[in-house]
Design a protein around this ligand. Sequence first.
Ligand code: NAP
Length: 286
Amino acid sequence: MKKVLLVGADGMLGGELKERLEKKYEVTATTIENLDITDRQAVLNKAKEVNPYFIINCAAYTNVDGCETHEDLALSVNGLAVGNIAEAAKQENAILIHISTDYVFAGDLPIDKVYTEDMAPNPVSAYGRTKLVGEENAKKAGKYYILRTAWLYGLGGKNFVKTMLRLSKEKDEISVVDDQHGSPTSTTTLCEIIEAIMEKEPEYGIYHSTNEGFTTWCKFTKKIFELGNIKTKIKAITSKEYKEMYPQSSNRPTNSQLSKDKLKNVGIVPTNWEKALEEYLKKELE
Ligand SMILES: NC(=O)c1ccc[n+]([C@@H]2O[C@H](COP(=O)([O-])OP(=O)(O)OC[C@H]3O[C@@H](n4cnc5c(N)ncnc54)[C@H](OP(=O)(O)O)[C@@H]3O)[C@@H](O)[C@H]2O)c1
């Protein structure tokens, strides 16, 4: 059995991934309680102790709005600490799998265009900036996969779907942004992609790793309510209107649609976002 060091194992993605990988790999799973990834020496020591074949980094500071007011902390966790993990991977000759985000892009492409892995990032938020530093540091591992995901939701964490389900019970009408375009992605699909990458070991590099298909936050909400048979009204608003309502909120890309051609070219075909959402809601609403 190959050994895996999984860091950030109690997060939304990390928790589900841990459960799945334990069936096929010898997994050492760490959380901030026993391995703070900002502690370089602790990361190097843990990697030496485990001597893993793969190191998977699911740890991050993921509060996008919070990153605006705590950019130093975000930089330390999302950016600089990834350098510690990459150094540990290099030290052990391990393959690093690091999770990044669509928010590294500016999102100013026309809506009929998608971002490919070779296009230049240019983040418009503190979260995106700090995750981009993380990408640059992840590359120092030498043997690395950077998987850019987006709009992530799963059973084991706070996420947009759960927020909409909660708000549907509290309000008669919900205002949701309808001019930001991207791909909702279930943690289950992302786990499937990670496992396929681990099995196939394609060429090292960046892979866009989301569910297939694109939508807006507003249309995403409409689908959640349709599948959940929820009657709460939804009002489509613009990003500008949202910003007026919540001035402290972070800027977000208008179009962060990611091409999955590179992933498909190595034989990994993600599920469509609507299908993945349906499967998630079956469990969430049980
Ligand atoms: N959620 C999204 O919509 C989204 C979108 C695109 C990309 N991503 C990326 O996907 C990955 C997984 O996201 P997620 O939603 O599963 O995140 P999450 O639920 O917020 O989990 C992140 C985990 O990292 C831990 N952590 C924070 N600081 C740490 C530190 N210094 N040392 C060790 N662990 C630390 C957190 O612990 P505490 O909870 O105790 O702080 C948490 O358990 C991240 O790389 C994220 O940037 C997420």
